[in-house]
Design a protein around this ligand. Structure first.
Ligand code: UD1
Length: 420
């Protein structure tokens, strides 16, 4: 069986890493040693159908949607993802440009490689584009993280999820609410498999390594060059730590959704809240997404962010660094989907800067750690104060057990065997 799996943007990398590892494990288990082969020949086996016929041929395609080292290559290195076999080099552009260019380039790969399956993860433009190219060539599609729905059609990722799921032959879901979403849309039962959350495989596999990182080092090594960067570095040389940043006494912020960062009227009050209220009580660590940096600069807000002494603006940071910060943050303010899930398992109180979520299982009402605050500043302030009193309560939704990738590969093999 030949599988092409696809990545395009940062949140895909932590989902594909355990999937590739699970394929490697299947291949290791199914390739018998030369001694074993000789023994089975001696026992009358003709050798025509050796166990090695069950190995999976796998190619990784990177569409190149995210291309900066800090948004892409650093994740390959730190998560042990093998280099992509093919990089489509798509880069930035409008949605239609990204999707259209990816479809054209990926179609050529499919015609050349003729895979049995295309495996896509998550909800980025690469997920949508590659599913469409594959289905148009009648190649089977498997979607890992199927069935998530925010119900918000203004969100580009919701369109990507809907189209990808409509086209997929095998829909591997992270939670049972997603199964219900798919059933409601009329997806036949035999296409849906509940396998759990593959991101949590990566979290569990990397927890110990992340724990060893030093928070002050993460800040020092990733701090954006600002007027006060030298103050921090010389202060930290004297004291051995970034002043005031201690375990359990800092906030972490991430923001990149167009709905939060593309309009000044929305971004400015959030920035004011961070610099005036949050930074007044604890250090704020903000690894900044390229889109957000660009927007702050274009709205003339960049200097304000850079000059706030208790706000540490960082470059986009690596997987282990973010996990380490999350492990002992007082609070997370984010519009990322993956961080909501990681906060749920780690128990970090999380203010989700969105009006809806495709991951309701992470919400307090479902036992999770996050609360939807949208981008209304009064609501953000109110929930911020409530969340500070809450403390950490780690939760583990069903099958978020670190074994999801193994189940994904098993489901693909089972499906393949039923159709042959
Ligand atoms: C994309 C995904 C989103 C995901 C996010 C995580 C879609 C529709 N959106 O959003 O679901 O949560 O990634 O990061 O696929 N840029 C760089 N360097 C890079 C990548 C991007 O500077 O390596 C800049 C580009 O110039 C672009 C902007 O960042 O203008 C946004 O990038 P884009 O890939 O269009 O979408 P994201 O907002 O990153």
């Amino acid at each position: 069986m030949k599988i092409i799996s696809v990545v395009g943007a940062r949140p895909n990398f932590m989902k594909i890493a355990p999937f590739i590892k699970a394929i490697q494990d299947v291949n290791t288990a199914s390739v018998s040693s030369p001694e074993e082969k000789q023994e089975s020949m001696a026992n009358g086996d003709t050798g025509e159908q050796t166990t090695s016929d069950k190995t999976i041929e796998h190619l990784l395609v990177h569409t190149g949607q995210h291309y900066d080292d800090r948004m892409s290559r650093s994740f390959f290195e730190s998560l042990g993802i093998p280099d992509a076999d093919i990089n489509l080099g798509i880069g930035s552009g409008s949605h239609a440009e990204q999707v259209g260019n990816t479809m054209i380039a990926f179609e050529k790969v499919l015609i050349e490689e003729k895979p049995d399956w295309v495996v896509v993860v998550g909800d980025v433009n690469a997920t949508l584009a590659c599913s469409v190219s594959a289905k148009k060539l009648n190649i089977r599609v498997c979607h890992i993280e199927a069935g998530l729905r925010s119900g918000d059609m203004a969100m580009p990722e919701e369109i990507n999820r809907l189209v990808t799921d409509r086209l997929s032959d095998l829909l591997l879901t992270p939670d049972t609410l997603s199964n219900e979403n798919l059933r409601r849309e009329g997806v036949p039962e035999n296409k849906i498999r509940f396998v759990g959350n593959i991101m949590i495989d990566t979290l569990e596999a990397n927890r110990e390594k992340a724990k060893k990182l030093d928070i002050a080092d993460i800040i020092k090594n990733n701090l954006l060059d600002s007027g006060h960067v030298q103050d921090f570095i010389s202060a930290s040389k004297e004291t051995g730590a970034i002043p005031a940043v201690r375990e359990g006494n800092y906030a972490v912020v991430t923001m990149h959704r167009p709905s939060n960062v593309d309009q000044k009227e929305i971004l400015e009050p959030i920035l004011n809240f961070l610099t005036e209220e949050v930074a007044a009580t604890m250090p704020v660590i903000w690894p900044i997404h390229p889109r957000t940096k660009k927007m702050l600069q274009s709205f003339g807000l960049w200097d304000k962010a850079m000059s706030c002494k208790n706000l540490f603006l960082l470059y986009p940071i690596g997987y282990h660094e973010m996990l380490r910060l999350n492990m002992s943050a007082t609070i997370m303010l984010t519009d990322s989907g993956g961080l909501q899930e990681e906060c749920c398992v780690l128990g970090t109180p999380c203010l989700t800067l969105r009006w809806n979520t495709e991951r309701p299982v992470t919400l307090k009402e479902h036992g999770g750690a996050s609360v939807l605050v949208g981008n209304n500043i009064l609501r953000i302030k109110e929930e911020y104060r409530t969340a500070l009193k809450a403390g950490r309560i780690p939760q583990r939704p069903e099958m978020w057990d670190g074994q999801t990738a193994r189940r994904c590969v098993k489901e693909i093999i089972n499906y393949q065997e039923t159709i042959l």
